[in-house]
Design a protein. Structure first.
Length: 327
């Protein structure tokens, strides 16, 4: 099998690349900056400039699969998100649509996001793929627009969309702060009622993406990929502390304090012209009553379930962080 994987230098994309290589696939990764290959260091993958995707696709043999994991998770405005997540997806699909791919081409997979679907309409009630999307952030809106671009090609190309929930694991920096807080003796979480959310360990996600690519499903289907059992941030931070062997103090952060912190992050990002992790749209996501998604469709149609228990996934993540000096 031969796959083109965009976003291979990123957190999720690099794990997809590693899984496919372990299974004997030939993998090609287009990159925009050949100097930024840290997540592919030592990996036997062929690197090409983004501009050569069409030339590469015309080679023999051509691609069997395209897994589109590239995109922006942070932006200063919607235009930045749109260029990275929407127009980048459209450009790639337009290249594929005008190529004589033949019968060997099997599937285009968009790695989307649960943010495109939006939060639970009622606390703790899982969102299903058939529910009307209601994203609450610019990021989520851009991912939903990217999905619609993909679906517009569903009659010309076999396409599938996956929506991962909150992802953690080796190489991740966004959830790293939770581990560092535990290291310093405290476990912060948003105050008020427990807000349940779906999570997924990155290695389970990589397997789910592989299954979405290879499963014999009709074009245009969408699947949530997440652990079956959701958790609250209080439970998650507490489990992180237990796995790390740290005695921590639970620190509920009032919603008003988090709002002020997110506004400060928004201002700092605009001054530095670099979006911060904690910003206004992230607060808009955090304050929702829950982010739980149903995994029944993925189980039924892809024969996929997350296999790694939360405790084991956190243990492996902590081990990687410590081995690389991040903790």
């Amino acid at each position: 099998m031969k796959a083109l994987v965009t976003g291979g230098t990123g957190f999720v994309g690099s794990h997809v690349v590693e899984l496919l290589l372990e299974e004997g696939w030939e993998v090609v990764c287009p990159v925009r900056d050949a100097r930024n290959l840290r997540n592919l260091s030592g990996v036997k993958v062929r690197i090409i400039p983004f501009e050569r995707i069409e030339q590469e696709a015309r080679r023999t043999p051509g691609f069997n699969f395209v897994i589109h994991a590239a995109g922006a998770t942070r932006g200063l405005n919607y235009e930045q998100y749109r260029q990275a997540n929407v127009e980048g997806t459209r450009s790639l699909l337009e290249i594929l649509a005008r190529l004589p791919l033949g019968s060997t081409f099997r599937r285009f997979v968009l790695v989307g996001s649960q943010a495109a679907a939006g939060p639970c309409a009622e606390p703790g009630v899982p969102v299903a793929e058939s529910d009307n999307p209601r994203p609450v952030s610019l990021y989520g809106k851009s991912k939903l627009e990217a999905e619609r671009v993909v679906l517009s090609f569903a009659c010309r190309l076999p396409v599938t969309i996956v929506r991962p929930s909150t992802v953690f694991g080796p190489k991740d920096r966004d959830v790293l702060g939770v581990f560092r807080c535990a290291q310093h003796g405290f476990s912060p979480y948003l105050g008020g009622p427990d807000r349940l959310f779906s999570v997924i360990y990155v290695e389970d996600l990589a397997r789910g993406i592989r299954e979405a690519a290879t499963a014999a499903v009709q074009s245009g289907e969408t699947y949530f990929l997440a652990n079956k059992t959701p958790v609250s941030w209080r439970e998650f931070t507490g489990e992180v502390a237990r796995v790390m062997g740290c005695r921590t103090m639970n620190v509920p952060i009032p919603l008003a304090v988090m709002r002020l912190a997110s506004l400060a992050g928004e201002v700092a990002g605009r001054v530095a012209r670099s979006p911060q992790l904690l910003r206004r749209e992230k607060f808009d996501e955090m304050k929702q009553s829950g982010w739980v998604c149903s995994t029944e469709k993925a189980k039924r149609e892809l024969n996929w379930e997350a296999q790694t228990p939360l405790h084991e996934a956190l243990r492996k993540t902590v081990g990687w962080y410590r081995a690389t000096g991040w903790l």
